[in-house]
Design a protein around this ligand. Structure first.
Ligand code: ACO
Length: 321
């Protein structure tokens, strides 16, 4: 028994924030942002939007692409680090908006690796026969936790959502997933504004992203290189067997470094970071949907998805499309 991706969808808010506009907000230049990150623009959620509303739109498109109705979905999981509320979880809000009935619905919090974590869990549920048709989403409203006065972080992040429908199948689909985490890196990338952090903590107050970018960069490149090797070794594959790399869209330089380790030419790498910046858990399913709808992916192609984020968490998924 396998789980297979049978439909994808994405949603990006209408409002676009360009590098030129950021020049008027903080001391930066379009050239600096482009050369250090590859980002040209990011989308920002409107006041009436939230993680669950964007996730719902992406899910609708994935269901439409898969030809799946609300009655068929028996498992809902959302990777997000910016939920609408502490509870109900975003999965419940999406399931309600889509009229999915009483299927189990949850969210998983693994920062930028949230979608890979969610995909891994949904795959296991399907493989063990607990579910037949899962809605798997990555969605974020990072603009609400960005410090818009911090030029080191505010240029990097954006909002959006991506979704896939995962169905039980006899045909090969998700081949393997690999997840890792190491909380020893907790101080390199985190948010303030904790719910239950100690009352005398200096992390109380509004939620804001804090990052030591240069150090994050180095660990990301190392750990992504390791997980790519781990994934290949677990499946007795050579680097040359991978048809497409669909990486977490954080930074063009991290993506290029990972592609180089895989010996993959950049025309086999799905690159969308220029259009939406780092959307955390949404970035891999956003890139996947772009790849699917552009017609690049062919039935039978071997895809390697990977992500790295706060925690640190990191993970990969090897998928036969
Ligand atoms: N505009 C202009 N100058 C800036 C800006 C900015 N927006 N931000 C920082 N600088 C300056 C710094 O102050 C520093 O100046 P100094 O030399 O006078 O001290 C200089 O630029 C270089 O700063 P670095 O931090 O060394 O720049 P670096 O080349 O590392 O690029 C960046 C910074 C883009 C944040 C990079 O480290 C990065 O992408 N890290 C990964 C972060 C990331 O993607 N995190 C998201 C979650 S984890 C993940 O998704 C992988």
């Amino acid at each position: 028994m396998y789980s297979r991706i049978v439909g994808t969808g994405r949603y990006l808010p209408e409002k676009i924030l360009t590098n030129a506009e950021l020049e008027t907000m903080v001391e930066t230049t379009s050239e600096w942002i482009l050369s250090r990150t590859g980002i040209e623009r990011r989308h920002i959620a409107a006041d009436h939007e939230s993680t669950s509303t964007m996730a719902t739109e992406a899910a609708r498109k994935a269901m439409e692409a898969a030809g799946v109705g609300p009655d068929e979905i028996d498992f809902v999981i959302v990777g997000t680090t910016t939920p609408d509320r502490i509870f109900p979880n975003v999965g419940c809000l999406v399931a309600n908006a889509l009229g999915l009935g009483e299927a189990p619905a949850m969210s998983v919090e693994a920062a930028c690796s949230g979608f890979i974590y969610a995909l891994s869990i949904a795959d296991k549920y399907i493989r063990c026969g607990e579910a037949k048709c899962a809605l798997v989403i990555g969605a974020e409203t990072l603009s609400r936790i960005v410090d818009w006065e911090d030029r080191q972080t505010c240029v990097l992040f954006g909002d959006g959502a991506g979704a896939v429908i995962l169905k039980a199948s006899d045909e090969e689909g998700v081949i393997s997933t690999h997840l890792n985490a190491n909380g020893a890196y907790k101080d390199l990338l985190y948010s303030t504004g904790g719910v239950s952090c100690p009352r005398d903590s200096d992390e109380l107050g509004e939620a804001r992203i804090k990052m030591r970018g240069n150090e994050v960069f180095k660990v990301a490149v190392t750990k992504l290189g390791e997980i790519v090797q781990q994934t290949l070794a677990a499946n007795n594959l050579e680097k040359s067997d991978i048809d497409w790399l669909i990486p977490h869209q954080a930074n063009n330089r991290i993506i290029t470094a990972t592609a180089k380790k895989l010996g993959m030419p950049m025309d086999r790498v799905i690159l969308t970071v220029q259009d939406h910046g780092n959307t955390s858990a949404a970035s891999v399913p956003l890139a996947l949907d772009v790849a699917v709808r552009s017609g690049k992916l062919k039935h039978g192609d071997l895809l390697l998805l990977e992500a790295f984020g706060g925690g640190f968490t990191w993970g990969s998924a090897l998928i036969r499309y």
